[in-house]
Write a protein that binds this ligand. Structure first.
Ligand SMILES: [Zn+2]
Length: 273
């Protein structure tokens, strides 16, 4: 009786084991026949698709170094997404968009301001102060001439510009309300806000060094068709140093391409990390 019980028990113990082994063997065989793509393969496949609309040199820079690209973009994707919001002639921020961490620049005596009512987002203040200090050490003063603009202010400015110069010029030279990077609270115009600024010592210094502090030239020379704006040597947008490094290494140093890429594909990219 006892032996019979043991045999029955053994059968019940072995049966599930064998059936389990049978399944796992089958899974192994299946996975050999159709292997799942590795993380690297998935990244390459997706990036091949996502970069189709980018200029060939930029696409090549990304696809030639997928690992390095994913490492750098992962730093950018970890930052608050509003740091990279797209604001241009096709991407309206809307009348309601206003950053919550706006601070008055008169609180910072180290800054040289063109007037007293300038304000910017707090996230960039420490990098801006560092940039000002480093320029000052080289005997240069970075004058802050234009900063945060509310939707309402842009509305007033645009209407005034249309009255003065006509709609076509106003569209080219100033932003329609809701489309200005200045509404982000992270854009700064330096110095004279004229083309000549590029030939002054502070203007030259900024063009060469601003990226080291996370500030990116928004409207570079020769890219009016891409950005929608003519060259503005004085207009910089803060996108953090992770942003300027990604822009320089993989996006041909053109902010517009990087911001558009991040905004169009953020969800797919985040899934790949
Ligand atoms: Zn500007």
């Amino acid at each position: 009786m006892k032996t019979k019980m043991i045999i029955i028990l053994l059968i019940f113990t072995i049966l599930p084991l064998t059936s389990c082994n049978g399944n796992s063997d089958k899974e192994k065989t299946d996975s050999i026949q159709t292997p799942l793509p590795s993380k690297e393969d998935s990244q390459m496949l997706l990036l091949e698709k996502l970069t189709l609309d980018l200029p060939e040199e930029i696409r090549k820079a990304i696809l030639d170094d997928v690992n390095g690209f994913m490492n750098q973009i992962s730093l950018v994707l970890k930052l608050p997404s509003d740091t990279f919001l797209q604001a241009d002639k096709q991407h309206f921020l809307g009348a309601d968009y206003s950053p919550v961490d706006i601070v008055m620049l008169t609180d910072y005596p180290e800054m040289t301001l063109s007037r007293n009512n300038h304000s910017l987002r707090e996230i960039l203040i420490s990098d801006l102060l560092l940039m000002i200090e480093d320029a000052r050490e080289e005997g240069l003063t970075l004058v802050i001439s234009s900063t945060y603009r509310t939707y309402q202010y842009q509305d007033k400015l645009f209407k005034w510009n249309v009255e003065q110069n006509g709609l076509e010029t106003a569209m080219r030279e100033s932003a329609k309300p809701g489309t200005s990077q200045h509404q982000l609270g992270t854009a700064i115009d330096f110095g004279s806000i004229t083309d000549e600024y590029a030939f002054t010592a502070p203007g030259k210094w900024l063009l060469e060094n601003a990226w080291k502090y996370g500030f990116s030239l928004s409207y570079p020379d020769g890219y009016e068709d891409v950005t929608g704006y003519r060259y503005e040597c004085w207009h910089f947008r803060y996108i953090t140093t992770a942003g300027t490094e990604l822009q320089r290494t993989y996006f041909g140093d053109i902010q517009h391409y990087m911001i558009a890429f991040l905004n169009d594909h953020r969800i797919e990219l985040e899934r790949l990390l």
